[in-house]
Write a protein that binds this ligand. Structure first.
Ligand code: IDP
Ligand code: MG
Length: 140
């Protein structure tokens, strides 16, 4: 399988509880390399753009408010089949359905505050990485 890059966000529930390092340990244990990372406070507009695909869903407002409730850590992860692998490391969207050892099973508070985001396909990974990192911030 090819070396890929995927985009990750450690959500405000993680930074609030000082769990950045604990989540990163699971990422690295899975063989994914954190090749770029920064802690930022995102604007409402940025959150709405990022989750635009969910605009019509009933939880959209709650999702945006939760993403701007505190700092997030945006990351680029690299590795063999990184996109699918990180989805596996994340676990199911609903933490009560996530497998043991996954980020969401270990750390998530609820389906809304579910600790981390990961791109779902190569196209979205490319778009999401470009939204948060410039080329010269990605040194491998
Ligand atoms: P994903 O993050 O596993 O890809 P998506 O379906 O893309 O899941 O949803 C994006 C985010 O929206 C989820 O991570 C979660 O925080 C939030 N979300 C999804 N479904 C619900 C829901 O039913 N209630 C509240 N929040 C939800
Ligand atoms: Mg998604």
């Amino acid at each position: 399988m090819a070396i890929e890059r995927t985009f990750s966000i450690l959500k405000p529930d993680v930074t609030r509880r000082n769990l950045t390092g604990a989540v990163n340990a699971l990422i690295e244990k899975a063989g994914l390399r954190i090749i770029a990372q920064k802690r930022v406070l995102i604007t409402k507009g940025q959150a709405e753009t990022f989750y635009a695909v969910h605009r019509e869903r009933p939880f959209f407002g709650e999702l945006v408010e939760s993403m701007i409730s505190g700092p997030v850590v945006v990351q680029v992860l690299e590795g063999e089949g990184a996109i699918q692998k990180y989805r596996e490391v994340l676990g199911a969207t609903d933490p009560s359905k996530a497998d043991p050892g996954t980020i969401r099973k270990e750390f998530a508070l609820s389906i809304g505050e579910n600790s981390a985001h990961g791109s779902d396909a190569p196209e979205t990974a490319t778009i999401e990485i470009a939204q948060w990192f410039s080329g010269n911030e990605l040194v491998g």
